[in-house]
Every structure is written in C-alpha cells, then in structure tokens.
Design a protein. Structure first.
Lengths: 273, 203
C-alpha cells in the first residue's frame, strides 16, 4: 500500500479536506482546512483536485518519509516546494510562515472518510485522529498528470481584512461596528482552528447573549467580555452571542494564518457588482 | 407567514421566519431543493442559516428562500421518541429547591410534556428541546463541569437537552438516558432531528 509515514510530527498535524458538509443541522461542525487557498495551491501543485485531503501542519516542523514513490508539495513554508520522493526518502517540512502549512501528495491522503469527509474535527473529535509520530497515512492512486511547477504564490501579508456588517448590529451597542473597524486587534495564544480570540479595547456589547442560531466561517462574535471571537473553519454549528461582522470569503485564509501576536485590522468590504 | 432572507457575509444567507415551526418547514424545503453549492442548512428558533461554498451561489439561495411557500413543506417525516430516564442527576435537588417543589414534582413536571426538538447544536446529536415547564427553568452552572457523562439530561435556562457524549458542560443535570444519540456508523448518525418529538418516561 502506498503511504506517507510521520517520522516526527509537528505540534499538531491533522488530515483535512474541504470539510464535513451536510450535517451541521445535526450538530456536526464542518471542520476542513483552515486556509482553503493554500490547500488548493498544494493540491494543484501535485495534480490533485482542489478538495483532495491534505496534511495540515500547525506551525510546521514535521519529518515525513515516503513508503512508496510519491510526489509531494509543501505550501506555506517559504516558496512552494514540489518534490518527487523515492521509497524511503525523507522530507523535512520547515517552519510555517503563518499558523499552518499544507502537505499534498499526488493521489490525495486516503484515510477512511467519516460522514463523507476525511477531516479531523478538532471541536467534536470526529474524523481521523491527530497524527502522532509513527503514524502512516495511506495515499490514493495518482493520475498521470504532471505536477505543475509554475504556480502563483497566493495570499498577501496585508493585515487589513474586509468584513461585512453582522446580522445582530441592531441588538448591539450603537457604534460598536465602527469601534471594531477603528482599532487594532491582537491574536491571543488561545487561537486555534475553531476561532481566533482577539484582544483589544473592550467593546461593551450591551447584550449578554442571543437565541442560538447558525454560525458561519468568518463570523466575528462579541461575547459579554467585549473581546471579539473570529470563527474559522472548525466553528461550532450554532452560537449564542451576537455577531457584529463577518470576514469576507477572500480574506478568510489570511485570518486563519494569523499567529498569536499578529495584529489585525478590519475594513468595510465594498460590494462588487 | 413570510421569510426574510438576507446576506450573511458573502457565503451565507440568514433567513428569519415567524416561529420555530416555520424554521423547520423552511429547513425541510431547503434540504429537499437541489440548490447548487450548499454546504449546510441550520435551523434554530426563528432562523435558518444556509452556508455555500462560493459567493456566486448566494443569490439563488436567497431567491429560493424568499419565495418559499412554507405551507407546502412536508412535515410527515417527524418522529416520536420515547426515552426512559433515570432521574438521579447531581443537580436534581438544586433544581427542585430553586423551583420551590419536591424532587418528585420536578420529575413529574419534566416528564409530562411532549417536547419538540428545536434544533441540534453545541455537539453532534445534542438536542435543544422546546416545551420545558416554566417553573423548571434554571440558569446554567456558574462553573461548568469538566466532564458530563454521555446520556445526561440537563436544563439550561428555559431549555432541556441531552448530552450525546462525555464532554465539559454547564447544564444542570437531572437524569440520564441509555439511548445512543449519535453514532457515525448509523444513517442518519443522529437519533433526533429538528422537528421530532421527545417524551421522557421515568424509569
């Protein structure tokens, strides 16, 4: 069987694909890659479809070994790397530029899907386990396409993210949205795949909670302590605090890649027609 | 009975309806539609939130929801579940004290209604049940427990629910069921669905 061996795992490496769709109404988070743009780039580099399962390595540093001849791409640690590994060859994955780097293998990571997805759900625990040292992940059959070696490096370092107004501004303190856009927010160490917890001026929401309702990736919630929570790919299906703004789809990969200590700003998105 | 469907960011639609029954009807209509690009459809008390993979799919969802004829939604799929409950939870005495009644009376009042599964959230298979006797409404614990065992029946505010798996939790635990509320190897994986009815039977 074709496999990729984790000789040494980084701080937290999981299998992710586009996520577990269609079960949120049963309380199942979608999960999936935190940075869909980088994952798609890695997959394109090895000739996979964009949603093929990849390794998502938090902060990087993994040491991997090919159990068979493999084509591997690493995105998110310096320039894009594409390598042909022979059986037994090792790949040292560098430090991530942001929070996550992605390792794609031609043929895709082929662990058994759970409820239609190969993603590890860090909130509910569904899906494959976190990859520990010694784990071997199966690889699917690769098609005959050549890896693409002329790829655009996506993303920017712009810390300003476009946001849309949230649905609960009418319940929140007047002026809160303007305050959210006016200040600089710092990513705290409590950030993870579920959400970035941000610190900055206390926003004084003026309301303790709302009736629970569906959440979306990019939703910026304001709990009673007035410190914003920016939900990412592994957000819970529902939430009980007001949402003041929603990060634009295009900016979500950048949000996900923000590490503790990063300073973020939000700007009003402009409608494009 | 109308639907107000607005954009929620650029990859979702938030539909506001009149009541819980309308949310369930709209949820049913959206699930049965073949709208492209839909990721999830999440009903709640008076809303249904639809997420899509890309911004280009939003307009069709919005148009569909705005024009939805809620009266046409099939409701015959709802199931009745009778769950045996052992009422011996660690917070049962406190709930009784706060309600000013005996423990037996809490059991009687909690097991009397037919509850509607309003929605599932917080964890896979976790139901928020509507219909709790107002006298039993109890705030969450100030400090959540590190571990609430799977099957625990609890109260939080004016809602009652059941923990499908061991987890940290702040609900007031009054009893436990043996039923398996979530199993990935079952189809569908959750025992309960929005719109179903739940009856508790004291064991």
């Amino acid at each position: 069987m074709t496999g990729l061996r984790v000789v040494r795992a980084g701080p937290r490496t999981t299998v992710q694909d586009a996520g577990r769709h269609g079960y949120a109404h049963l309380g199942v988070p979608a999960a999936g890659v935190a940075d869909s743009a980088s994952a798609a780039t890695a997959n394109a580099a090895v000739g996979n479809l964009p949603d093929a399962a990849v390794l998502e390595s938090t902060l990087g540093g993994d040491l991997l070994e090919a159990d068979a001849d493999l084509v591997v791409a690493v995105v998110g640690a310096g320039p894009i790397r594409v390598e042909r590994l022979r059986t037994g060859e090792q790949l040292r994955v560098g430090r991530a530029d942001g929070a996550y780097l992605y390792v794609a293998v031609a043929g895709g990571i082929a662990v058994d899907p759970v409820l239609g997805s190969r993603s590890t759900d860090s909130l509910s625990g569904l899906g494959p386990p976190v990859l520990r040292t010694g784990a071997v992940v199966p690889i699917g059959p690769a098609d005959m396409s050549d890896p693409r070696d002329r790829l655009e490096e996506g993303g920017s370092d712009n810390p300003v993210m476009e946001v849309w107004p949230g649905p609960h501004l009418g319940l929140l303190r007047q002026g809160l949205y303007d305050d959210l856009l006016a200040h600089v927010w710092t990513v705290t160490p409590a950030a993870d795949r579920v959400a970035l917890r941000l610190s900055g001026p206390e926003l004084s929401p003026g309301v303790d909670g709302i009736d629970s309702e569906g959440l979306v990736p990019g939703a910026i919630q304001v709990p009673p302590d007035g410190q914003p929570v920016l939900f990412l790919a592994n957000h819970p299906p529902t939430g009980g605090y007001p949402v003041a703004a929603v990060v634009a789809h295009e900016a979500l990969p950048r949000a996900a890649q923000s590490r503790p200590g990063a300073r973020l700003r939000f700007a009003a998105a402009q409608p494009r027609d | 009975m109308g639907v107000t469907a607005g954009r929620y960011g650029d990859c979702a639609v938030r539909c506001v309806v009149d009541d819980l029954a309308s949310a369930h009807r709209l949820h049913r209509l959206l699930l049965d539609s073949s709208l492209p690009g839909v990721v999830n459809v999440v009903p709640a008390w008076r809303t249904v939130v639809v997420t899509v993979t890309e911004p280009r799919f939003v307009d069709d969802v919005r148009a569909f929801a705005s024009a939805a004829d809620l009266a046409s939604a099939a409701t015959s799929d709802s199931l009745l579940h009778v769950l045996r409950v052992v009422y011996d939870g660690p917070d049962l005495a406190e709930v009784a004290a706060l309600a000013g009644v005996a423990v037996d009376e809490v059991v009687a009042r909690h097991s009397a209604p037919d509850y509607v599964v309003a929605f599932l959230g917080f964890a896979p298979g976790f139901p928020y049940l509507a219909g709790l006797d107002a006298s039993l409404a109890t705030p969450r614990l100030a400090t959540p427990r590190q571990r609430v065992p799977a099957g625990s029946v609890g109260i939080a505010g004016s809602v009652t629910g059941i923990y499908p798996a061991d987890s940290p939790g702040g609900w007031r635990i009054i009893g436990r069921v043996d039923d398996v509320l979530f199993d990935v190897h079952r189809t569908p994986p959750a025992l309960l669905a929005p719109g179903d009815t739940v009856r508790f039977l004291p064991a």
